[in-house]
Design a protein around this ligand. Structure first.
Ligand code: NAD
Length: 260
């Protein structure tokens, strides 16, 4: 391994890689020597992240992928295989909040609508299932790999907001443990990451509004929001061989929120 390159010679695929935590992870993984495939529905921002990585001397590609569509997974994985030839790291970061367009929470369960529930579950939970399924198929050929599924602190604890989001992230948490148990003997590790309140385009509408941000800050013992790099650093550890004896684990990165 070259000095300072923790992912040398590895190939990583990152869903949700066009923005926020996924994009920051893509930049960081590339900086550490990985070839990175960014998969997203945002065909405007995705190629821009690829351009940034390439300008910095890294290797990257963009592929359109709706993480909830099995047909698109088949095509996307084939495109990554054609370009990079193997897959060592899968970071499933694509996600939706399920909030209303103005950033307010979805209604309580009694008033919630099935369409919202199905969409949140399709992207956040089914997307992770499909991402793990297609990664496993490649990693069995490669002789092992690391799958990192982004859950949330809201996959561990509840809140009065967005029950569908909690359900989807809780699904990611226990699904990851089950997949970890199934593939441990074949060298495929599956771990979940649980970010607390992080500044990103997803949370901007809340974090930029002092009234909405205040209760979240009050819930965070460290007193400030996380940045995408704080989560990307945890993903880098799980992606690298430094975490080679970790599988089925939950990495909480939340400024202390779930400690109290
Ligand atoms: N920001 C936070 O506070 C926070 C906290 C906990 C967990 N998370 C999780 O982290 C992950 C990344 O979120 P973020 O904060 O970077 O938000 P973000 O909105 O910046 O990034 C989400 C990305 O997912 C993509 N995406 C949405 N639907 C998709 C689909 N169907 N197929 C493929 N891509 C799709 C979006 O285009 C976007 O690029 C999400 O899973 C989110 O739930 C975020």
């Amino acid at each position: 391994m070259a000095v300072g390159k923790r992912l040398d010679n590895k190939v990583a695929m990152i869903t949700g890689g066009a923005s926020g935590i996924g994009a920051e992870s893509a930049r960081l993984f590339a900086e550490h020597g990985a070839a990175v495939a960014i998969a997203d529905i945002n065909d405007n921002l995705g190629p821009k992240v690829v351009g940034e990585i390439e300008s910095a001397g890294g290797s990257a590609m963009y592929v359109h992928l709706d993480a909830a569509s099995e047909d698109e997974w088949r095509e996307a994985m084939a495109a990554v295989g054609e370009r990079f030839g193997r897959l060592d790291i899968m970071l499933n970061a694509a996600g939706v909040s399920g909030r209303l367009p103005d950033g307010s929470a979805a209604p309580r369960v009694g008033d919630a609508n099935l369409e919202n529930w199905n969409h949140v579950m399709a992207v956040n939970a089914t997307g992770v299932f499909l991402g793990t399924k297609y990664a496993v198929m490649e990693m069995l050929k490669a002789g092992g790999g690391s799958i990192i599924n982004i859950s949330s602190i809201y996959g561990i604890v509840g809140s009065e907001h967005n029950a569908a989001y909690h359900a989807s992230k809780g699904a990611v948490r226990t699904f990851s443990k089950s997949a970890a148990a199934q593939y441990a003997a074949e060298g495929i590790r599956v771990n979940s990451v649980h970010p607390g309140f992080v500044d990103s385009p997803m949370t901007q509408v809340i974090h930029d509004n002092p009234e909405r941000a205040a209760p979240r800050l009050a819930q965070t013992p460290m007193g400030h929001f996380g940045q995408p790099i704080d989560i990307a650093n945890g993903c880098l550890f799980l992606a690298s061989d430094e975490s080679r004896w970790m599988t089925g684990a939950e990495l909480v990165i939340d400024g202390g929120m779930t400690a109290v």
